[in-house]
Design a protein around this ligand. Structure first.
Ligand code: NAP
Length: 316
């Protein structure tokens, strides 16, 4: 084991990082070993990773000294931040700056930074097609990540910038599954008209990241976008209907309606879906399913993901 390269993984008990831990452990002769970072190594989820064979270390993104220790001696690291834990782009930016500094200090050979577009490059703040949020953002959880890319380039950290996609798991965990409408039929709500939404099984993000670490130097300095498939809301509703064995209609609300749904983050997500729809060509072109499958031969399309997960979707 000792010659195996250590990959320190943030969010190891969560979706993205967990997929990477499992991908590395699934390939014991691949030359890598996972170091799972968690705030609490004593939780059942952390203990489960240790039982699978991962090294588990305690560290907190908001505690730079703990992160420096967690990176010590590692070959590489997977960095993801957790906007929905606090809803603060300022905090997310401070966390990424500290991560880039810690990576530089640890002399890491390869960082994968799980980022998203700074949408203000497409929609300047004075563009009133969508409201400006928190004073200086259009899509706060995207913009903070995209703006933070510069932390890595400015410090010369050898980084791959990974553009992720909408998790299909949001249908299970994020309240986005189909729900009965007034007429009793199941409706899948998405404010994207007839535009395509790149989506992915959350587990496949980490598996693609593993392919990037395997590829090594060729991917440093590159921006890679991944998705499992790009489907319209109507196509997703049709696939859902097939999987669930009952009709699912597509409820194409407007982005303004979605922003008005009132749950925490609804405005941010309404702007996000509008950005994805208004700039469909750029957004989809940045996420290549062929590249994703080359990185991760087990990549799932929506139908495959549904076959495995349909019983976990609440409406089902
Ligand atoms: N949902 C989507 O469709 C989607 C799509 C693209 C990108 N994203 C982005 O994905 C990010 C979230 O990633 P995820 O879905 O993998 O997260 P997740 O499944 O919600 O996992 C949360 C993880 O965060 C860790 N964590 C939280 N705060 C921490 C801190 N201060 N220090 C260290 N670890 C901390 C937790 O670990 P412990 O509790 O064990 O410490 C847990 O493993 C968000 O920023 C979001 O914008 C989401």
């Amino acid at each position: 084991m000792s010659e195996h390269k250590i990959i320190a993984i943030l969010g190891a008990t969560g979706a993205q990082g967990g997929g990477l831990v499992r991908a590395i452990l699934d390939d014991p002769h691949g030359g890598f070993t996972p170091r799972a970072i968690t705030r609490d190594p004593d939780t059942p989820r952390a203990k489960a990773l240790a039982a699978m064979g991962a090294e588990v270390v305690g560290a907190d993104l908001d505690d730079s000294a703990s992160m420096e220790l967690a990176l010590a001696g590692a070959h590489g690291a997977y960095f993801v931040t957790f906007f929905w834990e606090h809803f603060s782009p300022e905090r997310e930016k401070a966390q990424v700056r500290a991560l880039a500094q810690a990576a530089k200090g640890a002399g890491l050979n390869h960082v994968i930074w799980s980022t998203l577009e700074d949408t203000r490059r497409w929609v300047p703040l004075d563009d009133d097609r969508m409201p400006t949020l928190m004073g200086e953002y259009k899509v706060p959880h995207f913009d903070a990540k995209g703006e933070s890319n510069a932390c890595f380039t400015e410090l010369g950290v050898p980084t791959t910038f990974l553009l992720t996609s909408f998790y299909w798991d949001n249908l299970i965990h994020f309240g986005m599954g189909p729900k009965p409408g007034p007429d009793g039929r199941l409706a899948f709500t998405l404010p994207m008209g007839d535009k395509k939404l790149p989506g992915i099984a959350a587990e496949d993000i980490g598996r693609c990241a593993y392919g990037i670490f395997q590829g090594g130097a060729q991917y440093i300095g590159k921006t890679l976008g991944i998705c499992g498939e790009q489907l319209t809301g109507a196509q997703m509703a049709a696939e859902l209907g097939q999987a669930l064995g009952q009709e699912v209609v597509y409820d194409a609300v407007t982005p303004a309606q979605f922003r008005g749904f009132g749950f925490p983050g609804a405005e941010d997500l309404g702007n996000m879906f509008q950005f994805k729809a208004d700039f469909e060509t750029d957004f989809c072109a940045a996420r290549d399913p062929v590249l994703s499958r080359a990185l991760n031969p087990r990549l799932q399309d929506f139908r495959t993901w549904l076959a495995r997960n349909k019983d976990r979707i609440p409406a089902a």
